[in-house]
Design a protein around this ligand. Structure first.
Ligand SMILES: [Zn+2]
Length: 363
């Protein structure tokens, strides 16, 4: 959130009258969590973030309209326009490219009706993000000051994916969708996809596996790293290709590289670290799963097999690698060997319950 020291983010924090002596993004996130706490106090039976999502939508005054096809989108658009919601005239144009959702103020809402409506685009691959998109739209409403709430018309379309407000709202969505007070008590000692599936099924079945695995790794008390690996070029290869400077030479072929890295808070202090863009070793189970011979694999590996093209290697560290195919990517959970020796995973408790590791645990 450090990169969000931006005027737009300061303006949001100021409008919400938040203390601005630290990171404005952190202050805004804390404000959102506080509002969630206040809503949860009114609904003590709420036990999952999915449930909290519905409560927040009701409290903030929006309802979700999910569209799963072009036909559904046009039918929804027609229904709202005919009902006097003229903002919907451009709905089909709003939901293009990287735009997954839009929230409008209703012009014809009667007393007692929710003043907003949030359209969630679930056409094609966008459906994978439905849970995140709902939280994103809630994020926009959460950061409105009381004054802004009364004049607010619609969420801004994502101009570029670098728009600081959109990055902020994404961060809010990622946090609120897996609110630690619900997630953390569910995380046991194992580091395993079976656990990601179980927790997702219990707390937020609509969430994507990737988003669930990210939240799981981030909040795990055992040292672990989640990576997403995909075919990609090196940075300099990308630059060369953009310039078209290969001439008669054969262009490079993309290699399986780390695109997303999410460490647990204590991963680095236990020596568990993988830089972004690193090439996945061909002998790793991650590579085998990517090649499609198997959809899933688990192996004991040494981190020293990770090496750059100029010969740098990661330090020796024995790890457990669990890899799972996910569309055109492979997700992998990497944890210290000995941390989770059994598969299939269960909720079996391990030797260490306090998270402490001696060196024997690592090798
Ligand atoms: Zn947005």
């Amino acid at each position: 959130m450090d990169r969000l020291h931006n005027q737009k983010i300061w303006d949001i924090a100021n409008a919400l009258q938040l203390p601005t002596n630290g990171s404005p993004a952190d202050a805004i996130l804390a404000h959102c969590v506080e509002r969630a706490g206040a809503m949860l106090a009114d609904f003590p039976d709420c036990a999952t973030p999915s449930n909290l999502l519905d409560i927040m939508a009701a409290t903030l005054g929006t309802s979700f309209e999910v569209v799963r096809s072009d036909d559904e989108l046009l039918a929804l658009q027609k229904r709202y326009v005919q009902g006097g919601e003229l903002g919907f005239v451009n709905l089909d144009k709003e939901l293009h490219g990287e735009v997954y959702g839009v929230t409008y103020r209703r012009m014809t809402a009667r007393t007692g009706e929710r003043p907003f409506v949030s359209v969630i685009d679930c056409r094609g691959d966008k459906a994978l993000r439905s849970y995140f998109t709902k939280w994103h739209e809630i994020g926009h409403l959460l950061i409105l000051s009381d004054q802004q709430r009364t004049t607010y018309k619609r969420t801004h379309a994502r101009g570029t994916s670098k728009d600081p407000e959109e990055i902020l709202v994404d961060a809010i969505a990622g946090h609120m969708g897996f609110l630690p007070q619900f997630l953390v008590p569910e995380i046991g000692n194992d580091v395993a996809f079976a656990e990601v599936d179980r927790i997702k099924g219990k707390l937020c079945p609509e969430a994507s596996t990737l988003a669930s695995a990210i939240a799981y790794a981030k909040h795990h008390h055992e040292p672990c790293v989640l990576i997403e690996a995909k075919l990609a070029f090196k940075k300099d290869e990308e630059a060369d290709m953009l310039q078209g400077s290969f001439g008669f030479y054969e262009p490079p072929t993309p290699k399986l590289r780390v695109q997303v890295v999410v460490p647990s808070e204590n991963a680095k202090e236990h020596g568990l670290y993988i830089p972004k863009k690193y090439r996945v070793p061909e002998v790793s189970v991650i590579h085998r799963v990517h090649e499609g011979l198997q959809d899933y694999g688990v192996a004991s590996e040494c981190m020293s097999m990770w090496e750059t093209s100029d010969g740098k290697r990661l330090g020796a560290l024995q790890v457990r690698v669990e890899a799972r195919k996910s569309f055109d990517a492979v997700l992998a959970l990497i944890s210290l060997a000995g941390g989770s020796p059994q598969y299939p995973s269960s909720n079996k408790k391990k030797r260490h319950s306090d998270g402490a590791h001696d060196s024997a645990d690592r090798f």
